[in-house]
Every structure is written in structure tokens, then in C-alpha cells.
Write a protein that binds this ligand. Structure first.
Ligand code: C2E
Ligand code: CA
Ligand code: CA
Length: 816
């Protein structure tokens, strides 16, 4: 066979020599424009929805069909058969229909699902349509002569081009942009293959006897139609181009808006498409160290290599590490969500920096243990914990409770059993508190016997419930140390964040006020902070300030309450009791201000003043009448106490034997050696010491043996129930008997009735004090009585049991 007759040669020869080159170029141009127009309109359809989508989808299919048809016809027109040619109109129209239907069917199959096999089949269908267009279109091409076909070439052109269409459709559906670019050239190549093979497969033989059918259309008639279709395609391309431009502008605008919005966010945000970063916000720039522009186009795995973001369920946070610009690893939490942007779903990845949180957590852990005795956080740590808790932005509105716990009677335990025992008790308390609160809640030891609890997420009820358990744990259960059972108790106060305070200092202060209120309520109970407590606190502060002025301005006064000798019924001494004549509030009881004075230390100058005043006053009384002055434990801490007593006596010229100092057990609870030393010093000065309010304190019996007392004053809480309450009667009897054995004298305080007076006398009390004998009276009034009775007033109760002094010195007339 002549090589010129080989099919390959014939096709190339046909392409190079049998066609008008200018028209071929035009065909290419129309084809390219048509393909672009189809794609652009197709993209527009894909972006749209509903009717608009269908509408533009049809336009896309018709445009594609027309492109194939117009290209084909321009190439046919370019063909130079060197003999007259014409077109058969019906077949020409059928060929156009074939193209449109084939492409339409292919596209329909293609968009019905993303599977590759489906895309390939869609390509085959489109290819069949285009092949039909070619060969039917070619059979509509008439020449003045005979046409013979090389069927093998026809079939092989179809066999090769159909798979090419399939591959082109696969390329279109690809996610990879680079592969997608091959789609159009592939299609063009397949179309060209069909055409040129078809032309080469056709052998024309001129035959002047052949006549065209009557309805044949001449090329010059077809040309304007083809030109018209081409023009329409060009216009469509322009339209599609504008659609594309508008869509791009919209996406740009959406992205800009999203980015503006994202920049406001504290979290890092990455917007990705198929795992490629499209845009990011400024937080991510700060976090990663990459410039925003650098990030665009990178794969997300470059930033977040350890996590499969595509597999991450939407709206579920995951911890991972972000790799920054310098290669550093940053702990982050990521969250993926799909957000529609333009016509596409975009993946937004929120990246939250965890460094601050982890640092805070580490700090919290470190702070959580630093009291060497109990292993609990100390005051400074607790304060810092509260600071962190109230400052964490994410937790800012999470409620929590600050609970303050103060042990009742701990001081006595410490002083009675010694510090090692006290420490042991504290360790036990710490363990109990820790057992009561769960995991993330914090127990701290603020110092001494003061503990605090931070209860997370607590509302008033939860906090109350915990307080009850704390009080119970400390109150009802006995502590055993070295085989000794110790009864303690706790008072508890709490404040809630954020209602009762927004900053640590406020929370601690308010919880403290609540604790203070709980103690005032009688200990062993709990209270929540309320603004009323603050008012009370302010009242206290006002009182404190007033008391300072009172001392300077001479608003204080001393009243005296006589004590009578039980045997003789004569007045033996008088107890000095301080009074405050408040300019607005009138007479204020010492019960109301002594405690404040003790807490503020004002008791020292105040007590000194009372001491000096009482000594000066007593010096004006008959020599056998003594004076009793109350000493606060706080005054006992003052090293100058003994010397102050000495100078008061000296100043007044009072014999030390006439002065009696009343101390409570509180004094004895302090540093034993020093207290003992001070007491011995006072005794050595011949001042007498009496134990006041006996029976109310702790472990009294052990003390009265150790310390050098002269007298016990039986507290009026026992006396009150005499003689009806058998228990009180028994206790008072026991005290009197015991002190007689120890060689101490006894005073019964708070005697209000004749029966009580009679009881005191018959039980062998040494002295009696109480409203029944006399109320405390102003100095002048007592002096007047003493002067009028200069001979030595008999104070013994008459038949009714009323003392004569009380008849004469009625405090109510003067004091109130
Ligand atoms: P206290 O030392 O136990 O003083 C006796 C208190 O009992 C006085 O109250 C007195 O008025 C009251 N009283 C006396 N007889 C009766 C009675 O028959 N029935 C009742 N119900 N009460 C009676 P006052 O003067 O209000 O003093 C209260 C406390 O204030 C005193 O208790 C004492 O602890 C303290 N205090 C008073 N003056 C001073 C002082 O100058 N220095 C110190 N450190 N404390 C003082
Ligand atoms: Ca007293
Ligand atoms: Ca008393």
C-alpha cells in the first residue's frame, strides 16, 4: 500500500492541504469563544439556584451544542473539495439537535452525582452527541460527485475520541485546578480528531452528472447562519465573562467582610477551601507569626500538622499544636465549621490560643500547695487564685463561692494542749475540709485557725449546703490527739461571685463580714454576706472612731457597783464599770464597745484611764472599802501593765491591798509563762487578783490551781437559774466548796432576788454583787452614800432582802 494512502497521512494531509487556513483559524476562535461562553454560563448556573439555575443550565447546554455545531460548519466551509458543494438542510438541523441533546444528556448525567465512573459515562454520552453531530453533519454535506467512506477510519476516530470525552469530563470534575485546565484542550482535541478523521475518511469523486437535490442549500446561504450563531456565542461569552467578574467581585467582597469581621475576633480564624487557606485574620497572624498574605494559598496542614481537620466533627473542639513561623509549637484548641460564602461552602477553622490558659492552670496548680503544715494554699496563694479566677475572660461570669471558716475555741486548745497538738488539729481540719470539697474546688489555710474554700460554680444553695457540712464536720465530730478528745467548732461565712463582690479583696472582706456575723450569732453556724452586714460594719467603724474621740473628749465615765460582805451585810468594795455618754446615742453599755476597744487596741489607754480614775475615786472612800477594776486580756499583753498599776496606785495614794483586778480566763489562755510572771508581779505588789465570770471559760479547774488568785466570781449565768434549777444549784455549790478547799473567796455575781441572796449567804459565799444589792451608780452618788454612812453603812439585807444602798442609790434616776 502506498504510504500516501495510510490513514494517518491522509488525515494530516487533509488538515494541511484540503482546508482554507483562515477559516480553520476562525473555527478555532469560535470554538474557543463558545467553550468559554458555555463554561462561564455553566458556572453562573452552578452559583445560582432554583429557576435561574435551570434557565442558565439550558442556555449552557444549547451554547455548548451550538459551539460544536458552528465549529463543525466553519471547518466544513473551510474544506476545499475543488468541486461544487451544498448542504442538505434537514440533516444539518438534525446534526445540531444531536449535539444539543447529546451534551444535555451528558451534563444531566454528570451533575446527578460526583462519582468518577458517572463522569466518564457522561463524557461518553457527550462524545456520542458530538460524533453524531459530525457524521450526520458530514452526511449532510453534498458535492457534485460521488462520496465513498473509509469505514475503518470513521470507526477508529469514534473509538478514540469517545474515551477522550470521558477523560475530559473526569478532568472537569476534578478538585485539582491544574487538572481541570486540561479539560478544554482535551475536548478540543477530541472534536478535531472526529472532524479531520471524518474528512479524511471521505473520498470524493467528481461527477458532472450528479445534481443537487432541490432543497439543497448552498454554502453562501449557510455562512450567515453560522456567522449569526457565532456572534450569539460571542455575546454569550461576554455575558458569561461579566457574570464571572461579578461573582469574583462578590466573593472578594464577602471575603473582605468576613476578614474584617474575623479581625475583630480574638480567636485565630482560618478560612479554607479544600484544605487550602483562602484567608485568615490578624489574630492568626499574631499567633503563628506568619503574615496573612503568606498564609493564603498554603495547606492548613502546614499550620496544624497533627490533626485531620476534614475528619473533625463540626462544632467539636479539639486540642492540638499549631506550628508557628519559627517552627515553635503552640498549644491551641481548634473548631471547624462550614460557612456558606458566595455560592460555596467554606470551612472556617477557629484557633484558640491555649498558652494563657495552660499557664494559668499551671500557676493554679503551683499555687495550690504551699502551706507547709497542711499542704494547703496559703493566704497569698488563695488571693492570687481568686484574682486569676475573676480575671479569666472565659470564666469571668462563672459563679463561685468564697467560704471562710474560723475555728471556735481553737486558741484555747492551742494554749491548753500546746502547739504540737494545735498543729495536729489543724492538719485534721484541713483533711476534713479537703474531703468535703470535691476535685476542682480549693481549700486554703489563710493563717492560724482560719481556712477558706473556693467553691466553683456555686449558687447560694450549693454554698449553704457546703457550709452546713463544714460546720457539722467541725462541730459534731471530736478530734482525737494523743488519746485526748477535743471538742472544736467552726463558724462559717460566705460571699458569692459575682453578686457579693467582683474582685478578690471585696469577696474576702464580705465573706469575712459574714463569718463575723456567724460568730456574733453564737458560733457553730454559718451566714451569707448581705449588705446589711456591711452597714453593721460601718456602724462598728463609726463606733470605733467615736470611741477614740470619747476618750480624748472625756465622754467616758466610771460607775461603781457595790459588793457586800455576805457575813456582815456591809459594803466591802465596789466594781468599777465604764460608761460612755455618747453625744447622740446617750449612754452606751460597755458590752457594746469593750469588744471593739479590744479589737482595735483602744482598750489599753481606755483601761488605763479606768484604772487611774477608779484608784483616784477609791482613795476618797473609807479605807476598808476596796475597788475592783476589770482588766482585758489585751491589756495583759501590754508589758507596761504592772508598772501602770503601780503608778495608778501611787498617783492616787491608794493602798495596793484595796485594789482588786478582775481578769477573765481569756488572760490565762495567753503565753503562760509571761502571764504567770505578770500576775506574780502584781501579787508581789499586794494587789489582789480575782477570776471573773468563773465557769464560762475553758478548762477552768486546771488554771485556778496554777495561778495565784484570791477570789472567784461565779458567773451570773449560773446565778440566774438559782434556786429553781437543780443543776445550777449543784454547780454553784461545787464551786463554793472547791474554792473554800483551795483557800479562795467567792463572789456571787448577778444576784437579783432575795432568794438568790439568801442562797449565797446560806451556801457560804464571801461576797454578793447584783441588782438586788445595787445597780452600778455614778461615783458621786456612791460617795454621797458612803459619806452619809461614814460610820460604816450596814448593807445587810432587811427582812425583805432589799439592800438599803439600792434604796438610796437608784442608778435609774441618774444614768438614764
Ligand atoms: P462584768 O465584769 O461581769 O461586770 C458586771 C456586769 O454585770 C455589769 O454590766 C453590771 O451592770 C452587770 N450586773 C450587775 N449586777 C447585775 C444583776 O443583778 N443582773 C444583771 N443582769 N446584770 C448585772 P456592764 O456594766 O454592762 O459591764 C459589762 C461588762 O463590760 C463587764 O462585765 C465587763 O466585762 C466589761 N467592762 C465594764 N467595764 C470595764 C472596764 O473598765 N474594763 C474592762 N476591761 N471591761 C469592762
Ligand atoms: Ca467584772
Ligand atoms: Ca463578771
Amino acid at each position: 500500500m502506498d504510504h500516501k494512502n495510510a490513514p494517518g497521512f491522509r488525515v494530516i494531509d487533509c488538515m494541511l492541504h484540503a482546508h482554507d487556513a483562515t477559516l480553520l483559524l476562525l473555527a478555532c476562535l469560535v470554538c474557543a469563544i463558545g467553550i468559554y461562553a458555555s463554561f462561564a454560563v455553566g458556572r453562573h448556573a452552578a452559583r445560582a439556584s432554583g429557576k435561574v439555575r435551570i434557565h442558565w443550565g439550558i442556555v449552557n447546554i444549547v451554547a455548548s451544542g451550538c459551539t460544536a455545531w458552528a465549529t463543525h460548519f466553519i471547518v466544513l466551509l473551510a474544506f476545499q473539495p475543488h468541486m461544487p458543494a451544498a448542504f442538505e438542510p434537514v440533516l444539518t438541523a438534525v446534526s445540531l439537535a444531536c449535539a444539543i441533546v447529546g451534551i444535555g444528556a451528558g451534563v444531566t448525567v454528570s451533575i446527578a452525582g460526583p462519582r468518577r465512573s458517572r463522569q466518564f459515562v457522561a463524557g461518553l454520552i457527550i462524545g456520542t452527541g458530538v460524533a453524531a453531530l459530525h457524521y450526520i453533519g458530514q452526511s449532510a454535506y453534498l458535492v457534485q460527485g460521488t462520496v465513498s467512506w473509509d469505514l475503518a477510519l470513521v470507526l477508529s476516530s469514534i473509538a478514540v475520541s469517545l474515551p477522550l470525552f470521558g477523560v475530559a469530563m473526569l478532568a472537569i470534575a476534578s478538585r485539582d485546578r491544574r487538572i481541570r485546565q486540561f479539560a478544554a484542550p482535551l475536548m478540543l482535541f477530541a472534536i478535531a480528531l472526529l472532524h479531520f478523521c471524518g474528512m479524511a475518511a471521505m473520498t470524493l469523486q467528481y461527477d458532472p452528472n450528479v445534481a443537487f437535490p432541490s432543497d439543497a442549500v448552498l454554502p453562501r446561504t449557510v455562512t450567515p447562519v453560522v456567522a449569526g450563531v457565532s456572534l450569539a456565542l460571542i455575546m454569550l461569552a461576554v455575558l458569561g465573562w461579566r457574570f464571572d467578574l461579578a461573582a469574583k467581585a462578590r466573593i472578594r467582597q464577602d471575603r473582605r467582610r468576613l476578614r474584617d469581621l474575623a479581625d475583630v475576633a480574638l480567636e485565630g480564624l482560618l478560612i479554607t477551601q479544600s484544605n487550602v487557606i483562602v484567608t485568615s485574620n490578624s489574630s492568626i497572624e499574631r499567633l503563628s507569626g506568619f503574615a496573612q498574605d503568606d498564609l493564603a494559598g498554603r495547606d492548613v496542614s502546614a499550620l496544624l500538622p497533627h490533626i485531620d481537620l476534614a475528619g473533625l466533627p463540626e462544632k467539636e473542639e479539639r486540642e492540638t499544636n499549631l506550628v508557628g513561623a519559627t517552627g515553635q509549637s503552640i498549644p491551641v484548641r481548634v473548631l471547624r465549621s462550614e460557612v456558606p460564602l458566595g455560592h460555596k461552602l467554606q470551612t472556617v477553622i477557629a484557633v484558640r490560643d491555649q498558652r494563657e490558659r495552660l499557664r494559668t492552670e499551671a500557676k493554679m496548680r503551683a499555687l495550690a500547695f504551699n502551706d507547709s503544715l497542711t499542704g494547703l494554699p496559703n493566704r497569698a496563694s488563695f488571693y492570687e487564685l481568686l484574682t486569676l479566677q475573676t480575671a479569666l475572660p472565659a470564666d469571668a461570669d462563672k459563679p463561685f463561692a468564697v467560704i471562710m471558716v474560723d475555728l471556735d475555741r481553737f486558741k484555747q486548745v492551742n494554749d491548753t494542749f500546746g502547739h504540737p497538738t494545735g498543729d495536729n488539729v489543724l492538719v485534721q481540719i484541713a483533711a476534713r475540709l479537703r474531703a468535703l470539697v470535691n476535685g476542682e474546688n480549693v481549700v486554703a489555710r489563710l493563717g492560724g485557725d482560719e481556712f477558706a474554700v473556693m467553691q466553683h460554680g456555686a449558687h447560694a444553695e450549693a454554698a449553704c449546703a457546703l457550709c452546713v457540712r463544714i460546720v457539722e464536720a467541725c462541730n459534731s465530730e471530736t478530734f482525737v490527739v494523743d488519746g485526748q478528745a477535743i471538742h472544736l467548732g467552726a463558724s462559717v461565712g460566705f460571699a458569692l461571685y459575682p453578686e457579693d463582690g467582683g474582685v478578690p479583696a471585696e469577696l474576702l472582706r464580705n465573706a469575712d463580714l459574714a463569718l463575723y456575723a456567724a460568730k456574733a450569732d453564737g458560733k457553730g453556724t454559718y451566714r451569707r454576706y448581705e449588705s446589711l452586714l456591711n452597714d453593721k460594719n460601718q456602724e462598728r467603724q463609726a463606733l470605733e472612731a467615736g470611741l477614740r474621740r470619747a476618750l480624748a473628749d472625756g465622754q467616758l465615765d466610771v460607775h461603781y457597783q457595790p459588793l457586800v460582805d455576805a457575813k456582815t451585810g456591809r459594803m466591802a468594795s465596789a466594781e468599777a464599770l465604764v460608761r460612755w455618754r455618747h453625744p447622740e446615742r446617750g449612754l452606751i453599755s460597755p458590752a457594746e464597745f469593750i469588744e471593739i476597744a479590744e479589737e482595735t487596741g483602744l482598750i489599753v489607754p481606755l483601761g488605763n484611764w479606768v484604772l487611774r480614775t477608779a484608784c483616784l475615786e477609791a482613795a476618797t472612800w473609807p479605807a476598808h472599802i476596796g475597788v475592783a477594776v476589770n482588766l482585758s486580756p489585751v491589756q495583759f499583753r501590754d508589758k507596761a501593765l504592772a508598772s501602770n498599776v503601780g503608778s495608778a496606785l501611787q498617783e492616787a495614794g491608794l493602798a495596793p491591798q484595796r485594789l482588786e483586778l478582775e481578769i477573765t480566763e481569756g488572760v490565762l489562755l495567753m503565753d503562760e509563762a509571761r502571764t504567770l510572771h505578770t500576775l506574780s508581779h502584781l501579787r508581789a505588789m499586794h494587789v489582789r487578783i480575782s477570776m471573773d465570770d468563773f465557769g464560762t471559760g475553758y478548762s477552768s479547774l486546771s488554771y485556778i490551781r496554777k495561778f495565784p488568785f484570791d477570789k472567784l466570781k461565779i458567773d451570773r449565768s449560773f446565778v440566774r437559774n438559782i434556786p429553781h434549777d437543780a443543776e445550777s444549784v449543784a454547780i454553784v455549790r461545787a464551786i463554793i466548796t472547791m474554792s473554800a478547799c483551795l483557800g479562795l473567796s467567792t463572789t456571787m455575781e448577778g444576784v437579783e432576788t432575795a432568794e438568790q441572796f439568801g442562797f449565797a449567804v446560806s451556801e457560804g459565799c464571801s461576797a454578793i454583787q447584783g441588782y438586788f444589792v445595787s445597780r452600778p451608780v455614778p461615783a458621786a452618788q456612791l460617795r454621797a452614800v458612803l459619806v452619809s454612812d461614814a460610820s460604816g453603812a450596814s448593807m445587810e439585807g432587811d427582812s425583805v432582802g432589799r439592800s438599803r444602798i439600792d434604796d438610796r442609790c437608784d442608778e435609774r434616776q441618774t444614768a438614764h
